[in-house]
Structure formats: structure tokens, C-alpha cells
Ligand binder design. Structure first.
Ligand code: MBD
Ligand code: FE
Length: 300
């Protein structure tokens, strides 16, 4: 059985390309790369050609996620695992592989209807060191752990947990029971899944309008959380969840709105996956809600 090894890339569709360039470069501290295609630009976080493709397609939502496998053997095994599960896939054409800057890929939808890709062999540009559009103290933490984590819309969480554990080989379960008026039993019971040393690369079980609620990106220097927090405040960017520490990954983080109206979580200092389940009823400290309307109106 082949397992996915990291959440490797995302494609997002946006309405305001210029606002996204400014936000990603000047507030978040990514590297904005425009190769002149006109309908897209790229966001870099490390040596990879890109981690995010920003498409001028107007959805203001996630349009695809790319999960990495180790190599061609694993991609072949993943095809068999999808077939055994009854999930139909298409094989990426050479043009599609070139567009994604990978050696090979397959495309399908996950049980929540989210367009999903599995690939191997990303283009790594060691000749072009990561160069953020604004000064940073440190770097994004991506080595062996991928882009970060995302919260995906899953109308049927049991079907999603079955897919991501049995087909993708990820591990995880419910990690919080949080009071939420309107939820079954008045409780939100989100699930968190890992596939490498990152505590979770995927979570779901929150009620959501968009496909994605937030993308968490991690930095290796605490000063970058403080500095980014200053830039978020100075730019009038809404903060949906204030600075605080999560109980599960023990990360110090905060959440702010992006120009598409979903959230970035920006954090430092997460512990590694423990590979054993436990659950929490509250976060360690902080993480108070502030700006509403981002689908994270719950008491952590
Ligand atoms: C997370 O990263 C998160 O986004 C939430 C809501 C709870 C715990 C860890
Ligand atoms: Fe998160």
C-alpha cells in the first residue's frame, strides 16, 4: 500500500489578482512569481517551483489540492487503491503534468466533491533560492511536511475519514469536542489527519460554505509570527482568531482573512505527530474569536 507523503500544492481561484499579489508578498511574506501567462501567477515558499497557483478564475475558493507520493511505483499503487475504493480518476496528460510542474499526476474528486490530485516528482528550483517579497527572519517550514494544513469541506465526515485513511494511508480521528450551537448534540467534533511529521495536514468536520476554511502555514522563527501580526494589523486585514496556542499540535498561531474571504493560519512551534489519538475540549490559551463571517465562529 502506498501512502501520501505531504500536502504538496494548491490551486486557488481568485477574483482580485492584484490584491492577492500584494497580500501574499507584502503581508504573508511569500515569493510572488509571475511568468507572464496572464491567467495565473505562482506563490513560492521554498525551493519548489511553487506551492500555490493563483488562477484568475473568480471562485474565491480552493480549486484543487495536490498530494505527493514518493515516486512512480507509489503512484501506480495509489491508482489501484482508488480503483479498489471505487473512485474514478483520470491520468494527467504531458501538458497537464508540465502545467503543474510534476513528473506525473492523476486527478479525481474526494468524497466531499473536492477536486484532488496525487502526483510525484515536483520541479525543485535549487538554482533559484526562495526570496520572499518582504524581509523575514526565518523560513517557511515545509521540509518533509509539505505546504502546511488545510480545513476542507466534507458534508459526510465518516466517508471522508474512510477515504483519507484507507485510500491515502493517513492517520487520525476526532481531536476536539467543542460547544457549537446548531451542531448535532451541540458539539463540533472536527477530525485531524497526518501523513508525515506535521501534526495534521488535513482537518474537516466544521460546517463550511467554501471548499476551504483555512490554510495553515508555519514559520521557523517566532519573530515572523509577531512581525506578520503587526503587518496584518497595520494593513487592516481582519483577524478571525487571535493569537493563541492549539491543544493538539501545540502551535502558536493566529488566523486572518485573505482577499478571497477565507483564512490563512500563520503559526510557529508545532509539535510533531504523536501517532496516538487524544482529544481536547479547549485550546491551551488565547485563540479568542474576533472578526466573524469566516466560518470559524466557535470557542476554541
Ligand atoms: C488547528 O490547526 C485548527 O485550525 C483548529 C481549529 C483546531 C486545532 C488545530
Ligand atoms: Fe488549523
Amino acid at each position: 500500500m502506498a501512502d501520501v507523503t505531504e500536502l504538496g500544492y494548491l490551486g486557488i481561484g481568485v477574483k482580485d489578482m492584484e490584491a492577492w499579489k500584494k497580500f501574499a508578498g507584502e503581508v504573508v511574506g511569500m515569493q510572488v512569481v509571475d511568468e507572464g501567462e496572464g491567467d495565473r501567477f505562482y506563490l513560492r515558499m521554498d525551493y519548489n517551483h511553487h506551492r500555490i497557483v493563483v488562477h484568475d478564475s473568480g471562485e474565491d475558493d480552493l480549486i484543487y489540492s495536490g498530494w505527493r507520493v514518493a515516486g512512480p511505483q507509489e503512484l501506480a499503487e495509489m491508482k489501484q487503491q482508488l480503483t479498489d475504493h471505487g473512485t474514478e480518476f483520470t491520468v494527467g496528460s504531458p501538458a497537464e503534468c508540465q502545467e503543474r510542474r510534476v513528473l506525473d499526476l492523476i486527478k479525481f474528486t474526494d468524497p466531499g466533491g473536492n477536486p484532488t490530485e496525487v502526483y510525484h516528482g515536483p520541479q525543485v528550483d535549487t538554482h533559484s533560492p526562495f526570496h520572499p517579497n518582504r524581509p523575514t527572519h526565518g523560513k517557511f517550514t515545509t521540509e518533509g511536511e509539505g505546504i502546511g494544513h488545510m480545513i476542507l469541506r466534507q458534508p459526510n465526515p465518516p466517508a471522508a475519514i474512510e477515504f483519507y485513511t484507507k485510500v491515502f494511508g493517513m492517520r487520525g480521528t476526532v481531536e476536539y469536542k467543542l460547544p457549537m450551537p446548531g451542531a448535532p448534540d451541540g458539539l463540533a467534533q472536527p477530525m485531524f489527519l497526518h501523513c508525515n511529521g506535521r501534526d495534521h495536514s488535513l482537518a474537516f468536520g466544521f460546517p463550511m460554505d467554501k471548499r476551504i476554511n483555512h490554510l495553515m502555514i508555519e514559520v521557523d522563527n517566532l519573530n515572523d509570527v509577531g512581525n506578520t501580526h503587526d503587518l496584518v494589523r497595520q494593513s487592516g486585514t481582519p483577524v478571525a482568531i487571535q493569537l493563541g496556542a492549539h491543544a493538539n499540535d501545540q502551535m502558536f498561531s493566529f488566523y486572518f482573512g485573505n482577499p478571497s474571504g477565507w483564512l490563512f493560519e500563520y503559526g510557529f512551534g508545532a509539535r510533531k505527530s504523536t501517532h496516538q489519538s487524544e482529544y481536547y475540549i479547549k485550546d491551551t490559551y488565547g485563540h479568542q474569536p474576533e472578526a466573524t463571517g469566516f466560518g470559524m465562529d466557535l470557542e476554541l
